[in-house]
Ligand binder design. Structure first.
Ligand code: A2P
Length: 290
């Protein structure tokens, strides 16, 4: 079974979950049901801007797994930042999911305006106090964004979900987060898709066919994706690979019967090249309120 991590709030999160970015509602519902009922997943990661929260909710409702056994994360979209808008957006997400609480609610991007970022965090604290989000966190926050929240006082995010894989190991964010008890979650853990339609993202995924990753996989009798997922797990990261294909969903959680060696980890560390598929958070202001 999937190991768990205890977050600073005391909330327990399965270290491996299913991502659903770019999946339609119908694909998402199917993938979620398969992941829960057949593959053993207990952690789902969606977002308001993925426009598939309904699919996640239907997949949960039609699965045989009780709600309380599933860790559900969704995210606040940029255009809903600010105090009142964030409260309203959270209600809307819950109703699309058909749930009366989420396990974690995340701010999707920091945005450039520090003031609105702080007002948004005020709203997340209000939501957490209501008990309808068991934990609150952020995505794509650089150390300076996190520092603003440290300076503000009050609750810190329990996680920072950032683009992270062997090409972009995010040492500075991980060091800062560790210092403040913030867990780090990896998005695009397999190197991402080549067709996201935004950011510098038309680059092909070169991690899944990287010769070093492939060779390590062959040595363990595992696929490149499984090697990459193991790399996240052994680095103490929370990882949410996305797939809508049953065989891949099953494969991506079948990673608890082997271990990367120290030499494997050293060889993978040499793949760092700074490539990212998303925008740098200091350049991302898409949809920001005027
Ligand atoms: P698909 O949904 O068509 O299976 P990331 O999680 O890094 O964003 O990358 C996920 C991408 O990799 C998706 O395009 C997904 O496509 C694909 N993918 C997911 N799991 C695997 C796997 N085990 N082997 C190969 N490709 C995979």
């Amino acid at each position: 079974t999937t190991p768990s991590i205890t977050l600073s709030s005391g909330t327990v999160i399965p270290q491996l979950g299913l991502g659903v970015w770019q999946a339609t509602n119908a694909q998402t519902e199917r993938a979620v049901r398969f992941a829960l009922d057949e593959a053993g997943y207990r952690h789902l990661d969606t977002a308001s801007t993925y426009e598939n929260e309904e699919g996640v909710g239907r997949g949960i409702a039609r699965s045989s797994v009780p709600r309380e056994d599933i860790f559900v994360t969704t995210k606040l979209w940029n255009s809903d930042q600010g105090y009142e808008p964030a409260l309203a957006a959270f209600d809307a997400s819950l109703s699309r999911l058909g749930l009366d609480y989420v396990d974690m609610y995340l701010v999707h991007w920091p945005l450039l305006d520090r003031n609105i970022r702080l007002r948004t965090w005020d709203a997340l604290e209000t939501i957490a106090a209501s008990g309808r989000a068991k934990a609150i966190g952020v995505c794509n926050f650089e150390p300076h964004h996190l520092q603003d929240l440290v300076d503000r006082g009050g609750a810190l995010p329990v996680v920072d979900q950032v683009e992270l894989n062997p090409h972009l190991p995010q040492h500075a964010i991980r060091d800062f987060a560790a210092l403040h008890g913030i867990a780090v979650e990896s998005w695009s853990p397999l190197g991402g898709t080549s067709n996201s339609g935004w950011g510098p993202a038309s680059k092909p995924n070169t991690l899944l066919n990287d010769p070093v990753i492939t060779r390590i996989g062959e040595q363990h009798g595992k696929s490149p994706a499984q090697v990459l997922i193991r790399w996240h797990l052994q680095n103490g990261l929370i990882v949410i690979p996305k797939s809508t294909h049953d065989d891949r969903i099953a494969q991506n959680i079948d990673v608890f019967d082997f271990e990367l060696t120290d030499q494997d980890l050293t060889d993978i560390a040499a793949l760092e090249n700074g490539d990212r598929v998303g925008l740098h958070p200091d350049e991302m202001n898409l949809g920001a309120p005027a």
